[in-house]
Design a protein around this ligand. Structure first.
Ligand code: MN
Ligand code: MN
Length: 460
């Protein structure tokens, strides 16, 4: 028996997290999910995520930080990047030169439909907004569902108007049409990418003509309503960032409620786990939680992970603590928290099951991403994976390992490569997601909680 048992230990197994949970632990997992759903419902854009994170940070005693300020042991600070990203950090008492920083990162942007600069037009009884999609989407999935409008408009006088319409029960939603099946013979026999074109992602926003007006009366009525509610005119759309997002609320899925369907699990599930883990650990190490924008379009610009601002921030922290940033970066380690495609029995052919993330089997550790022969991946070293694995074992984190789908089936990347370029050991970890990048994605509460546990173990 014991010899046989020892032999069985040689075999690696994934186990469903729910199987291993006591009643008390299950309550923790479900309570965490309840709070996460509140976050998901309140945060449909990177700006809203940033505001939420700042609010939470303030509640937990964090204070805003600006470059050049003094820092000392025990400080809890947050740095805001243009209202579209926020970085929390805690100064620990262990020596930075030898211990480095513990960094967790997640992105807070998600695929959506951005409004064009001149979006409003009228046609045959409708007022529409034209959009330009952001991130990788299946365009046909965005038709015939309730949509909301989120964002900011900067007016001529430089004042900023926040817009959020379509989330409350008594507010109207917006809508993109699809064609009735009766007339869809050509549409349905074509390629999926042509079912709905980018220029057909036009959002219905109005339908009542303005009385006694000349020209496009429905468009004018819509503009009048916008003027009355928000004080904006058509030209103001040019200096705006407005996004159309799904208006659906996050909901439990299944009779036994193991899953959550919602918009933006990629990557707000990881962002929430990272953020909350920063509040729980009383760490000896100096830790940083970066919530970053623009991952879905290549981490570009001054709010994406490629921005110099993140390297600058690390340097500023080091200068304030009178340590050499180059030395510190070389000793630092980063968990790049981003979701992975979850093995879907309904679409088994695109996955290599042995090396795929299985639902409810815990946080998934992803050594490499990329496509076409790992191209574009930073490929974490065996040493880095080994170190993280040991941390997880010590803290009883439920985790698994995966890569994204079969070789040459497609692929994807994360912000990991931009952090590792800074001479920081980095490895990906995340929540497995079903129907990723759709308007209503699905995750397991067990996996969400596992990523939170993983971040806690890592920052400790
Ligand atoms: Mn992602
Ligand atoms: Mn994504």
């Amino acid at each position: 028996m014991s010899a046989d048992k020892n032999l069985q230990d040689l075999v690696y197994k994934k186990t469903n997290f729910y199987k291993q949970l006591s009643v008390k632990e299950k309550k923790k997992v479900f309570d965490f999910a309840e709070n996460y759903k509140v976050f998901l419902n309140e945060c449909k854009t990177e700006r809203e995520c940033t505001s939420f994170a700042i609010m939470r940070a303030k509640e937990k005693g964090f204070k805003e930080y600006h470059f050049g300020e003094k820092l000392e042991n025990g400080d809890k600070r947050y740095f805001i990047n243009r209202d579209k990203g926020v970085t929390l950090f805690k100064i620990g008492n262990r020596p930075l030169e030898t211990e480095g920083l513990r960094i967790v990162v997640a992105h807070i942007d998600a695929p959506r439909l951005d409004l064009k600069q001149l979006p409003i037009y009228e046609s045959d009884g409708f007022c529409y907004l034209k959009t330009h999609y952001y991130g990788g989407i299946k365009k046909y999935q965005w038709t015939a569902i309730p949509l909301s409008l989120h964002g900011v408009v900067v007016l001529k006088d430089q004042s900023k108007v926040k817009i959020n319409i379509g989330e409350k029960e008594d507010e109207p939603v917006f809508y993109i049409s699809d064609i009735l099946p009766h007339l869809a013979r050509n549409q349905m026999s074509g390629k999926a990418q042509d079912i709905i074109s980018g220029e057909q992602l036009n959002v219905i926003v109005g339908g009542i003509p303005l009385e006694n007006a000349e020209g496009e009366q429905i468009k004018l009525n819509t503009l009048k309503l916008l003027k009355d509610f928000y004080g904006i005119c058509e030209e103001d759309f040019i200096s705006a960032e407005l996004s159309i997002t799904p208006a659906m609320k996050a909901r439990d899925v299944g009779l036994d409620r193991p899953f959550i369907a919602g918009y933006g699990h990629d990557d707000r599930s990881c962002a929430y786990a990272c953020l909350e883990s920063m509040f729980e650990v009383e760490n000896e190490n100096t830790s940083i939680c970066i919530l970053v924008d623009k991952e879905e379009i290549g981490s570009e610009g001054n709010t994406g992970m490629k921005s110099k601002v993140y390297e600058d921030l690390i340097e500023e922290i080091c200068f304030a603590l009178k340590v050499n940033p180059r030395q510190v970066r070389g000793r630092s380690i980063c968990l790049s928290c981003d979701v992975d495609g979850c093995y879907d029995p309904n679409f088994a052919s695109v996955f290599e099951k042995r090396n795929s993330a299985i639902i409810s089997c815990g946080a998934t550790l992803i050594k490499y991403t990329g496509s076409g022969g790992k191209s574009g991946s930073s490929d974490a070293s065996a040493e880095t994976v080994g170190k993280v694995r040991a941390l997880f074992k010590d803290s009883n984190v439920i985790w698994q390992t995966s890569e994204l789908g079969k070789v040459d089936m497609g692929g994807g990347g994360t912000v990991a490569k931009f952090i590792s370029q800074l001479n920081i050991d980095t490895v990906d970890l995340g929540v497995p997601v079903i129907s990723m990048h759709s308007p209503y994605e699905l995750i397991s509460k067990a996996d969400l909680y596992s990523v939170y546990m993983a971040c806690l173990a890592f920052l400790k």
